[in-house]
Ligand binder design. Structure first.
Ligand code: NAI
Ligand code: MG
Length: 475
């Protein structure tokens, strides 16, 4: 672990096995941090927050982020390899995240010198000047999942460095290595000790201790809705501010007038990318009835053409699932879908041969799915597409909204007014038109309904790491 700028063992001396999901082989041991380790890290983060870090100017924090940018740029090949071996995403994909990670760091660098309050008018008698100041909230607990920490950790780290907060980051037990390496690079770039601390360990132990620690002012959490509820419960101890990005079951709506060459690939990769382990994966694919048959045939043809392979195979387009648990979960949903009467068009098999020891599932397409089936309502987090027919724009909107989640969604059509009707009608935090999954930190994304709250990206994101202080000056 990394606490107060130093590599640290955990107090209990217990460890967790790190497995390569492509082979099932144990590749290392991770310190299983607990309550005492969290406490030590939170104290370090508090001391740093109140120490010299608090007097760093916006320009100094910005310059630090530029040095971080340079180090990330120089070390990205190593980081991509660590991430691929640790969590299974193909090396071509982890290498390709370089551009988006570097863009995020530039975004946060630009924001650090852009934090501003307001001067405000008032109706008070006499000469009273009023304004609002922005101040960093303090110690932020970060709890992140395993589906792409090389990129996702920057939503936390970038904001902490831009705003002058400090953090204790608890990465997921199944993918902590890129986070630990990045923490080293931050210190190499000149980050003062205690600003960023990383405590590895189990969610229900280290994560839970962080969520309830009264020295933590805010939690930024990404993960399952079930764990999100536990974070809400734990936050009541000291009324922590929360940002929650939770599960999804995002609708991807394809009209008969869409450019099907683009829509088939776009919708398929909207589900299958990262082996389906993406919060806003477009897993409910609503297809206008007259093109359902053609769509399913083409989606299956595309799914079969995807090269699934070992994460270090340079040709692999999809890797394994993160763990044996996740493999079992996904395979159980394939069975549930079949039992519910959905038609398995392709995939749904654990891969054999040279990939038999890894956690590989072939990209799966189900047709004849009804919106009330479990495979259309529950987050599977695997490469499983459910195709659901619809008739009209209204029908697509009604069916698209028939879920407890509200994270992402997309619409494919050549008719821009139809597209905008769907964009307005669907209740989600992000909508794509004739594309899927594009993210820019200047714009961001977010969730509504049971997908959580608190923006990721844009100015609104920075604001949630700051609080406003109203000031009245009697002159
Ligand atoms: P999870 O939500 O339990 O884990 C996410 C993070 O929370 C990890 O760092 C974990 O260590 C931590 N955590 C777990 N229990 C905690 C607790 N009681 N207090 C504080 N932190 C805790 O998700 P998990 O178990 O890894 O995956 C289960 C399912 O959750 C997946 O199959 C998927 O459906 C969903 N999921 C959704 C994600 C998303 O981005 N929407 C990301 C990861 C999982
Ligand atoms: Mg869990």
């Amino acid at each position: 672990m990394l606490i107060d700028g130093q590599t640290a063992p955990c107090v209990s001396e217990e460890s967790l096995e790190i497995r390569n999901p492509s082979s099932g082989v144990v590749i290392g041991q991770l310190a299983a941090g607990g309550e005492e380790d969290i406490d030590r890290a939170v104290r370090a983060a508090r001391a740093a927050f109140e120490g010299p870090w608090s007097s760093w100017t916006p320009y100094e924090r910005q310059a630090l982020l530029y040095r971080v940018h340079e180090l990330m740029d120089r070390n990205f090949d190593e980081l991509a390899e660590i991430e691929s071996v640790d969590m299974g995403a193909p090396i071509s994909k982890t290498r390709a995240t370089k551009a988006s990670v570097l863009k995020m760091i530039l975004f946060f660098a630009s924001q650090s010198s852009n934090i501003a309050g307001e001067t405000l008018q008032n109706g008070l008698p006499g000469e009273v000047v009023t304004m609002s100041l922005k101040a960093p909230v303090g110690v932020v607990g970060g709890i992140i999942p395993w589906n792409g920490p090389l990129g996702s950790q920057w939503w936390l780290l970038g904001t902490v460095l831009a705003t002058g907060c400090t953090t204790v980051l608890k990465p997921a037990e199944d993918a902590s290595l890129s986070v630990l390496r990045v923490a080293e690079l931050l210190h190499e770039a000149g980050l003062p000790p205690g600003v960023v601390n990383v405590v590895t360990g189990r969610g229900d132990v280290a994560g839970a201790a962080l969520a309830r620690h009264s020295g933590v002012d805010r939690i930024a959490f990404t993960g399952s809705t079930e764990t999100g509820r536990k974070i809400i419960d734990a936050s009541k101890v000291n009324i922590k501010k929360l940002q929650l990005e939770l599960g999804g079951k995002s609708p991807d709506i394809i009209f008969a007038d869409a450019d099907l060459d683009k829509a088939v690939q776009g919708a398929a990769m909207g589900v299958f990318a990262n082996s389906g382990q993406i919060c806003f994966a477009g897993t409910r694919v609503f297809v206008q009835r007259e093109i359902v048959k053609e769509f399913c045939e083409r989606a299956a043809f595309f799914a079969r053409s995807i090269k699934v392979g070992h994460s270090l195979d340079p040709e692999a387009q999809l890797g394994p699932l993160i763990s044996n648990d996740q493999l079992e979960k996904v395979m159980s949903y394939v069975q549930i879908g079949a039992n519910e009467g959905a038609q398995l068009v392709c995939g749904g098999e654990r891969l054999q041969g040279s990939l038999a020891d890894g956690y590989f599932v072939s990209p799966t397409v189900f047709a004849d799915v009804h919106n009330d089936m479990r495979i259309a309502q529950e987050e599977i987090f695997g490469p499983v597409m459910s195709v659901i027919p619809f008739d009209t724009v209204e029908d697509a909107i009604t069916k698209g909204n028939a879920t407890e989640f509200g994270l992402g969604g997309a619409v494919w059509t050549r008719d821009i007014s139809k597209a905008l009707r769907v964009v307005k009608g669907i209740h989600t935090g992000v909508m794509w038109v004739n594309c899927y999954g594009l993210i820019d930190p200047l714009v961001g994304f977010g969730g509504t309904k049971m997908s959580g709250y608190g923006a990721k990206g844009g100015r609104a994101h920075l604001d949630t790491y700051l609080y406003s202080k109203c000031v009245y000056i009697n002159t």
